[in-house]
Design a protein around this ligand. Structure first.
Ligand SMILES: [Zn+2]
Ligand SMILES: [Zn+2]
Length: 331
């Protein structure tokens, strides 16, 4: 075992043989350590899930009712044989975690998805020094650089108010877990007006509220009596775009909140009236900064623009490689 990789990519998922557990397995496993509740990282069917305590309520909502979920507070350790494990904030969504895995003084960290930008809905990313850093690479191209979040929130508010002046509703599409709550929390610093919510978001917004995250007041978008939505802001998941559900809003403009809105071709192709650059992933400079901050001598990349980042790192003389995984369906 000495010299063998502590974590490897297997057909079932990222696996630590020395501790006999998987991290975010894409096929059912006996023991699954979970970085966060997005569907590409948290999948049904495993016998036992270990999740960050702050993310337990979200994991419960997303897994079958009979799933066995064990909460682990950030920073507390758990031993699997000779392997010591702990979870550390990833700054991605509420309860998101990096998994620190240590054996005999060698430390590996699996980041899951993460960002370095401030986010009032979750704990900030913690730099965890390590020998090997296993990172996402969702936006690992130099073109991806995020705008300050406060500025994006201001742009959303201005767009909403401009539409209101024209008597139109504003339908803003955002991922139901993480992004929607972040928008509601950022806007709460700028206004007190309530926002209508698509049904797919209600339970998740509730879980954030119960975790103590301050957000704008929300109302269900489907009301018993007809509502005049002119001037309102409605939050909905991207899957609702163009669906019959949209008809109730009358005259409206559409917007999309995503890191993908950074690139003009993507904005055009997706056909929204307006794009807002807001991502829960690290942008290019943040990825590079994070690699440096961890002090890792080796970088392994799980999903996204892994090849581009790999090439860049190798040109700098960094020991880097891509792992074959099944992550990346969310953003
Ligand atoms: Zn994610
Ligand atoms: Zn992901």
């Amino acid at each position: 075992m000495i010299g063998a990789d502590l974590i490897t990519a297997t057909a079932r998922g990222l696996y630590c043989a020395a501790g006999d557990f998987y991290i975010d397995p894409w096929q059912p496993a006996e023991r699954a350590l979970i970085t966060h509740a997005h569907g590409d990282h948290l999948r049904a069917g495993s016998a036992r899930y270990h999740v960050a305590a702050r993310g337990t309520a979200l994991a419960r909502q997303r897994l079958p009712a009979d799933a066995t979920i064990v909460s682990l507070p950030y920073g507390e350790t758990l031993d699997f044989g000779p392997v010591r494990v702990s979870l550390h904030p990833a700054g991605h969504i509420l309860g998101s975690a990096q998994v620190r895995v240590e054996r005999g003084g060698e430390v590996w960290v699996v980041s899951g998805d993460y960002k370095r930008d401030p986010d009032p809905t979750c704990e900030p990313f913690e730099v965890v020094p390590c020998d090997v850093f296993i990172s996402e690479a969702t936006f690992a191209l130099p073109a991806y650089r995020w705008t300050a979040t406060g500025q994006v929130a201001r742009e959303i508010l201005d767009w909403w108010h401009t539409n209101r002046e024209h008597g139109a509703a504003s339908v803003l599409f955002a991922y139901a877990l993480g992004k929607a709550q972040r928008v509601l929390a950022e806007l709460a610093a700028l206004t007190h007006d309530p926002v209508f919510l698509h049904g797919a978001m209600t339970g998740l917004v509730e879980a954030y509220r119960e975790a103590g995250v301050a957000m704008l007041p929300t109302l269900p978008a489907i009301q018993a009596k007809p509502v005049n939505y002119a001037g309102s802001l409605i939050l909905a998941p991207p899957s609702a775009a163009g669906s019959p559900w949209m008809r109730r809003f009358g005259e409206h403009r559409t917007g999309f909140c995503s890191g993908w809105m950074r690139v003009r071709g993507d904005r055009r192709r997706r056909g929204y009236d307006r794009g807002f650059v807001l991502s829960d992933h690290a942008d290019w400079p943040s990825l590079l900064r994070t690699f440096r901050d961890t002090g890792a001598r080796r970088i392994l990349l799980t999903h996204g623009y892994t090849d581009a980042m790999c090439r860049y790192l190798k040109d700098l003389g960094v020991d880097a490689a891509a792992l074959a995984t099944e992550y990346g369906a969310t953003e």
